[in-house]
Design a protein. Structure first.
Length: 181
């Protein structure tokens, strides 16, 4: 992604009037290393219904893949081409660790089709903002292009960018009951 994502967040002032509480580049950006996906955290909720009070930035925390229990996360991810990303994923496999949540979200080392296979206990809304990317399931794959949307329902999946340019996707992940297979 060539430029940062501008994040504008509304809130309320002391008089209860609507106002803007944040306006600028999203401050919480994560990348594990060269060739890895670039993750930009935009917002996070820790309960449903969400709490819209205060001016705390809920993304001011360590990175984690799944949303909080009973919560959600909104992020943008830029996937480099697989010719760069696959090597980075292999390095991550060699040095992976628990994300500290105690919840599903780890890479699936047993799937030989792509090193990025993983599963979270969430329902994910994925929107392709630019580029194209293959969504891989245990059985089957589909090419998603700009404007396409995938509703990913707690399935084991991976993202494969077989093009020569990055693919940028927006995601909303909402906590869900895990699928028992």
């Amino acid at each position: 992604m060539s430029s940062p994502v501008r994040r504008v967040v509304s809130g309320h002032n002391a008089q209860g009037k609507s106002c803007f509480i944040f306006d600028g580049p999203a401050p919480h950006v994560y990348q594990r290393g060269p060739g890895s996906s670039l993750v930009i955290e935009l917002w996070d909720t820790s309960a449903t219904p969400a709490d819209n009070t205060g001016e705390h930035d809920p993304t001011d925390r360590a990175f984690r893949l799944p949303p909080p229990k009973n919560g959600s996360v909104f992020r943008v991810i830029s996937y480099p081409p697989d010719k760069e990303r696959r090597a980075a994923l292999e390095r991550e496999h060699a040095t992976s660790h628990d994300d500290g949540t105690g919840r599903a979200g780890a890479l699936d080392r047993s799937n030989a089709r792509h090193p990025g296979f993983h599963k979270t206990a969430s329902i994910d809304y994925a929107i392709v903002l630019s580029g194209e990317i293959w969504a891989l399931m245990d059985e089957g794959e589909v090419l998603l292009k700009q404007g396409d949307v995938l509703v990913q329902r707690g399935t084991n999946h991976a993202w494969s960018n077989r093009a020569d340019a990055p693919a940028v996707l927006a995601f909303v992940l909402i906590d869900a009951e895990p699928v028992m297979a």
